[in-house]
Design a protein around this ligand. Structure first.
Ligand code: HEC
Ligand code: HEC
Length: 68
């Protein structure tokens, strides 16, 4: 509850050992584009933008195909 567990795998410090992709430079910049050592506060709450992965059937059938 008190720690961002996404960063347990995705931080610059851990990504090499977990095999998770490191977020791009966009995630390590302040609002003026200056580089930061850690993830920007504006990017800290990953689920604002990224959706958690689940294996779930769509509630309504559709013809969407990803990866194109
Ligand atoms: C247990 C380690 C672990 C945790 C915790 C974790 N990830 Fe990942 N993540 C990975 C690995 C390994 C990959 C690369 C392999 C893959 O895509 O399945 C990955 C891939 C990704 C990708 C790239 C997906 C793509 O299609 O290119 C994103 C974005 C991502 N994770 C976001 C998150 C977010 C947001 C969280 C927290 C809600 C999170 N991850 C938690 C290990 C983790
Ligand atoms: C404000 C929206 C936003 C937030 C918050 C955010 N991301 Fe992202 N993320 C993006 C966007 C947009 C991209 C793709 C373009 C880029 O890299 O900037 C991306 C790309 C990524 C990638 C690269 C995926 C790949 O295929 O290589 C990873 C990994 C990732 N984010 C992880 C995270 C994690 C972990 C957090 C939380 C610490 C986070 N993101 C927070 C918007 C966000």
């Amino acid at each position: 509850m008190n720690t961002n567990m996404c960063l347990a795998c995705h931080s610059k410090a851990t990504a090499a050992s977990t095999g998770a992709p490191t977020p791009g430079d966009s995630h390590f910049q302040d609002r003026d584009g200056n580089p930061l050592d850690d993830v920007s506060g504006a990017r800290y709450f990953c689920a604002q933008c990224h959706v958690r992965r689940v294996v779930a059937d769509p509630l309504v059938s559709n013809t969407y195909q990803g990866g194109k």
